[in-house]
Design a protein around this ligand. Sequence first.
Ligand code: PHE
Length: 467
Amino acid sequence: MATTPHHAHWSSRWTFMLAAVGSAVGLGNIWKFPYQAGLNGGGAFVLFYLVFVFLIGLPVLMAELSIGRRAQRSPVYAMEQVAREEGRSKYWVLLGWSGVIGGFLILTYYSVVGGWVLAYIAKATLGFSGFDADTSRAAFNALAGDPVEPVVWHVAFMAITVAIVAQGVKAGLEKAVKLLMPTLFVLLIGMVLYAAVAGDLAAALKFLFQPDFSTLFFVTTIDPVTGTEIQTFTITRVLNALGLAFFSLSLGMGTIMTYGSYLTKDVNIARSAATITFADSAVALMAGLAIFPIVYAVGLNPDENVGLVFITLPIAFGQMTGGAIVGPAFFFLLAFAAITSAISLIEPMVSFVEERTGGRRPNIAVLIGFLVTAIGLLSAWGQTNNLLGDVSVFGVNFMTAKGYLTDNIMMPAGGLFIAIFSGWFISRKNAMDELALNDGAFRKYYFLVKYVCPVAITAVFVSVLFF
Ligand code: PHE
């Protein structure tokens, strides 16, 4: 296989951090975390998510960065090279491939949700005054159920992403990331404060942080014949928490490996990984704290599903002083965060095709973007009341099915193999050299990737087959 070494490096540790945080922080934290927490019963799910983030996500993040930096190549070539240097099977390269495909698949629904965010920038400039639970839900359903409007925004979202990727990621993005990411953090803090005062904070805190394990391990259904409640044991919600941890940290599919390949040797991987992990989970929790107090105050339900953010926040913007400015600003910054993540989803495939074929980057980006946009139509039209709303794949719509495949299967499986590879197939000495940690810290990392990650991920996978 032809290999083209990467030469470019981040201009500073700070740029790398911003790019990595830009990839990690996106719709996963602000859209997916709250609605998944809502659907999966709250506190116990949130607790599992956080445990997975720190016990599994953090070590896998370090492992991915190490492999990428060591090889200085995009994931497919990086896996091929490191496996060869360690005298291991050439089939480890499949891990690079699954990442390239995973990023592509995620983007086919990520971009539709990104499109909804763009639509809400426009709606927010018109204002949400007088919005209540019913009107806001109706407004979201009207958008998601429309055959044309979401498609227009989905195309716009992909066009922006492709335009940036076509020019090379670093050029356009560096300045924007430096300014807009911190602004998003500040705005989120403001919204948390607003929600704490104007919403029902106590109910939100109870929902998010008081674990009730019966909501995690049991689903309640009503027996259609007798009308009695039936409790069924399930592991699916634990898998959802694991999948969300991988999704929100951009793990298990080569994105972080790609970013690691642009790293210089003097960067401390462990410290960077810890910062990314903290920032990422902090944004998810802040989003939860900005949303749930409003949910309870206005009589919405936590389980509004994919519309939760789009239904809840406009009600707050409609009520607050200055909402006509804060609303558009929020959706603009969210769109920006989504675009920096979308770039990191498409980048492994674009850089791979570029390295492989030697073709021109803009052409490759446009071609891949076109394919994503076309397949993405299934996600846009698969929404309730939309053209393909009645089509079900394994009992759910296209978007949910793709989300399950990527978040709950491909990413944790990618993480599982990265952990196994890093813990068992890279020599201890090489792993230690790359991370440059002191003995005690390295031993903890090694214990986590070697035993904890593989055992925990396998345990969740296996139990889900039975329950
Ligand atoms: N982490 C991103 C988010 O939270 C999504 C993503 C997943 C990006 C995988 C890259 C790779 O929105």
